[in-house]
Design a binder for this molecule. Structure first.
Ligand code: GLN
Length: 493
């Protein structure tokens, strides 16, 4: 197979070519950089490239193959790393002016694991500033365009990670998901995106947005690739006190299990109201496909879902206001020029360094945490969060895996929601509950709408049940045969 075509295929297929010595890891990596050269000026997926490091890594893989040593399943496979995850000695900007010149002094735990597995990191992927957004239009540097249609957003906040994988500028990627930032871009870009159970993957070295919600996870072309990448990044970590002590299973082990008797629940509140007709049709098709595989379909109700956006935007902004207090011009990052005094330095540094959306959230969160309002907003939100989790606990007594659309509609036009933060926040209606409840959730592509944009289905399972989730996703993917290679072959303007 021609190498240009090979880099548009799954990690698994590329690995087979590596093992058979049809291609070298250096050749694969170089082909990916050629693709970036050709297309990234239009897509904007990367904030910076880490070519020297990637080629070095690929050389080590080739040496191992030459010496007939075993290589781990994703060795030599090009990866885009979201630019809020530290890679030692390279920039980590969170797409913010305040960190524009920041060089990571250490590796995130996930980055260390990528290095141990000899996975070439191609570059740092663009995102909404500090991962706040749903369209990647909040990056301080440049927007990202959707490889399926350059006039559409790729989804956010991991828009760069998703656009890189969809366009052939990387084969796999890591994103972070606080309220849907892996699943939404995966949905808009026709990819698989998985937010693991809270604590499954270490957050050490991830720039914190809302610490009780943040999780790192894979964005890939296939379910199996996502399972392989989760194998690499998951596991307990003494550097993150919220990481779970459970040893993770092999996430690829149950992929092919039969679905006979498995209970698939669809969420009444998300599968009936406010959906675009094409998304609705795709969800119905997924349901009938599961039925034909012998799964049992049950209706699930999550009545508190209607409060989830409000709950999320109180909790996430409260945590963000606290986490972002460290960016004050003193220790690292941007500092204003010629301040009059210390107070002036703090104020001007933050006023000049943060973008609009980040400032909006710091103000919202500070308000919600202030004395006098704490009980009315923050405490109430935490109480509702608990009740939402209890709704899920009940639902998982009835179903093994719960499905819904990932978003009520497909990717929207660039610029169409920037003036209206509330309508932007509503795109997360289906995704944020999984973060509030800490459960694993993923997106898989299930079809295209009339304008040729991908439609995503969300699957959710109970805590630590990623294997069930991946099994249900794998079987549907196998039945539907979605063509993820389209945008990397023909970028539509
Ligand atoms: N779109 C949501 C927000 O802006 C989720 C972001 C995320 O998951 N990082 O907060």
């Amino acid at each position: 197979m021609d190498i240009k075509e090979l880099i548009t295929k799954s990690a698994k297929e590329q690995r087979e070519a590596l093992i058979k010595k049809e291609v070298s890891a250096v050749e694969l990596t170089e082909a990916v950089y050629e693709k970036i050269e050709e297309t990234d000026s239009e897509i904007g997926a990367y904030n910076s490239l880490t070519k020297e490091f990637a080629i070095e890594t690929a050389k080590k893989v080739d040496e191992k193959i030459r010496n007939s040593e075993d290589i781990s399943p994703l060795s030599g496979i090009a990866l885009a790393l979201k630019d809020n995850i530290n890679l030692k000695s390279y920039p980590t900007t969170a797409s913010s002016k305040i960190l524009e010149n920041f060089i990571s002094p250490y590796d995130a735990t996930v980055t260390q694991k990528l290095k141990n597995n000899l996975i070439p990191i191609i570059g740092k992927a663009n995102l909404d500033e500090f991962a706040m957004g749903s369209s990647n239009e909040n990056s301080a540097f440049k927007i990202v365009r959707n490889p399926w249609n350059l006039n559409k957003v790729p989804g956010g906040s991991s828009g760069g990670s998703a656009a890189a994988v969809a366009s052939g500028e990387a084969t796999i990627a890591l994103g972070s998901d606080t309220g849907g930032s892996i699943r939404l871009p995966a949905s808009y870009c026709g990819l698989v995106g998985l937010k693991p159970t809270y604590g499954r993957v270490s957050r050490y070295g991830l720039i914190a947005f809302a610490s009780s919600l943040d999780q790192i996870g894979p964005i890939t072309r296939t379910v199996e690739d996502a399972a392989m990448l989760l194998n690499v990044i998951s596991g307990p970590d003494e550097k993150d006190s919220t990481s779970l002590s459970q040893t993770p299973p092999d996430f690829t082990k149950d992929l092919k299990n039969d679905l006979k008797g498995v209970k698939i629940g669809y969420i009444k509140e998300l599968c009936t109201e406010g959906l675009s007709p094409e998304v609705d049709k795709a969800v119905q098709k997924a349901i009938s496909t599961y039925k034909s595989m012998g799964a049992e379909i049950v209706e699930i109700s999550l009545p508190l879902i209607k409060y989830s956006i409000a709950v999320y935007y109180v909790i996430a902004t409260a945590e963000a206001s606290s986490n972002l207090a460290r960016f004050d011009g003193v220790k690292y990052g941007y500092r204003t020029k010629n301040p009059e005094n210390l107070y002036d330095m703090y104020v001007k540094t933050r006023a000049e360094g943060f973008g609009e959306e980040v400032k909006r959230r710091i103000m919202l969160g500070t308000y919600a945490l202030s004395s006098g309002y704490y009980d009315a907003y923050y405490k109430k939100a935490q109480q509702l969060r608990r009740l939402i989790k209890q709704d899920f606990d009940k639902a998982f007594k009835l179903a093994d895996v719960i499905i819904s659309p990932t978003c009520p509609h497909t990717a929207f036009d660039i610029g169409s929601k920037v003036e209206d933060p509330l309508s932007m926040y509503l795109t997360d209606i289906a995704t944020i509950t999984a973060n509030l409840a800490g459960i694993p959730a993923m997106n898989i592509p299930v079809g295209l709408d009339n304008s040729g944009m991908p439609i995503g289905l969300q699957l959710q399972a109970d805590c630590l049940n990623e294997c069930k989730l991946l099994n249900a996703a794998y079987k549907l993917e196998e039945a539907l045969q979605f063509d993820y290679t389209k945008p990397s072959k023909t970028l539509v303007k």
